[in-house]
Design a protein around this ligand. Structure first.
Ligand code: PMP
Ligand code: GLN
Length: 380
């Protein structure tokens, strides 16, 4: 996280996108699609801009978005929410930051499954808390009950559950979820979920932690519109919890962004209400993209892990005789004109098992994926 001067450095995603822009390499680094999402959602934002939705809105979020989030939870998961249970945020990123800052005090411990999305460690550090990683290991990257248990202490305040998981593409099993809930109960810890890939699950269905009755009294659930509607630049996310917790987190959120982009919120409401066809199509489309890239990476000599969900494939370069993915990532534009993210950027240096592995985003046009695959074959 930190640069040579001891301050927070640019994220690996920003660094790799800058490298791709500078060199003209194909960007399979940062996870954003290069094709637009549903027309109805884009048009709804334009309509809102043309019809006066351009000033500060209510602190909890636009009423129609709050209602659409409530409908969405009922439609997909059978979960009943009230209007006081929802807070709209600037993406999942602000949702995580506001939640962590609301609950963490200096010295508190936060558990995250490693490798992990970089923001967890960064915001924990901003709060003066300590991130305690619980390693996920190949081949299935499922949480290990004993390792989780051993990682807890009387200072454990929060457990972050990111399923579907970035970067591994794992979907945590129901058994693993139940175990996480039991451990949280024992330590009286809050469970914070990050479910931004909830609609990009290819081989099964997403089960939110909120579906586990026992979790509800200690749960803050987080999701976002970015991935579901291919609008990562809009930064519209939301938090679902009890009215008491929403009030506490909302108090912090006021001083982070106050409120979020007014015209984008009714447009995301339109997205959440789209017919099943949209949700089926994105699963089919991204599963096809995953398979194109997986085949290409295997042909190029990588050992590719199966991804059940999300935007990313993990590909081990060890069979190519490459043991340092961080060094490889910086040379890949010049070697083969492709950019990816070294997995070591999302884990501690002690994770030797992840050292030779790259993360490649497959949320790109089929043409880009085919071209990347044939260029990567040049690494052999
Ligand atoms: N969590 C995970 C696991 C992510 O991959 C991302 C990045 N897309 C985010 C949170 C941030 O989401 P948002 O863009 O909605 O802030
Ligand atoms: N979530 C995206 C990824 O993992 C990137 C978001 C960001 O750049 N912070 O690639």
């Amino acid at each position: 996280l930190l640069g040579a001067d001891g301050r927070l450095a640019p994220t690996i995603f920003a660094e790799m996108t800058a490298l791709a822009t500078r060199t003209g390499a194909l960007n399979l680094g940062q996870g954003f699609p290069d094709e637009d999402g549903p027309r109805a959602v884009l048009d709804a934002a334009k309509h809102a801009i043309d019809h006066g939705r351009n000033q500060y809105g209510p602190g909890r979020g636009a009423p129609e978005l709050i209602d659409a989030i409530i409908e969405h939870q009922r439609r997909f998961y059978g979960i009943g929410l009230g209007r006081g249970d929802v807070l709209v945020t600037a993406g999942a990123t602000e949702a995580l930051a506001a939640t962590m800052l609301a609950y963490l005090s200096p010295g508190d411990e936060v558990i995250a499954f490693e490798p992990y999305y970089d923001a967890y460690a960064a915001v924990a550090a901003l709060a003066g808390a300590v991130l305690v990683p619980v390693p996920l290991a190949a081949p299935d990257f499922q949480p290990d009950p004993d390792r989780l248990q051993r990682a807890t202490s009387p200072r454990t305040r929060m457990i972050i559950v990111n399923s579907p998981h970035n970067p591994t593409g794992a979907v945590f099993s129901e058994e693993a979820m139940r175990h996480i809930v039991r451990v949280a109960e024992r330590r009286d810890a809050i469970i914070v979920t990050d479910e931004v890939y909830e609609h990009l699950v290819y081989d099964e269905r997403h089960v939110p932690v909120a579906a586990f009755e026992a979790a509800r009294e200690r749960l803050v659930s987080i999701s976002s519109a970015g991935k579901t509607f291919s609008i990562t630049g809009w930064k519209v996310g939301w938090i679902m919890s009890t009215p008491e917790r929403i009030a506490q987190i909302g108090a912090v959120k006021q001083y982070l962004t106050f409120v979020n982009a007014s015209p984008l919120q009714p447009a995301v409401a339109v997205g959440l209400r789209l017919a099943d066809e949209h949700y089926d199509t994105i699963v089919q489309t991204f599963a096809r993209k995953r398979d194109i890239l997986a085949r290409g990476l295997r042909k190029a000599g990588f050992a590719v892990h199966d991804a059940m969900a999300g935007y990313f494939l993990l590909a081990d370069a060890a069979p190519l005789g490459i043991d340092d993915a961080a060094a490889l990532a910086r040379r890949m534009p010049e070697l083969v004109g492709v950019v990816g993210v070294p997995l070591s950027a999302l884990a501690r240096p002690s994770r030797r098992d992840l050292r030779s592995t790259m993360r490649f985003a497959f949320c790109k046009s089929d043409d880009t994926l085919h071209r990347a695959a044939s260029q990567l074959a040049g690494l052999k």
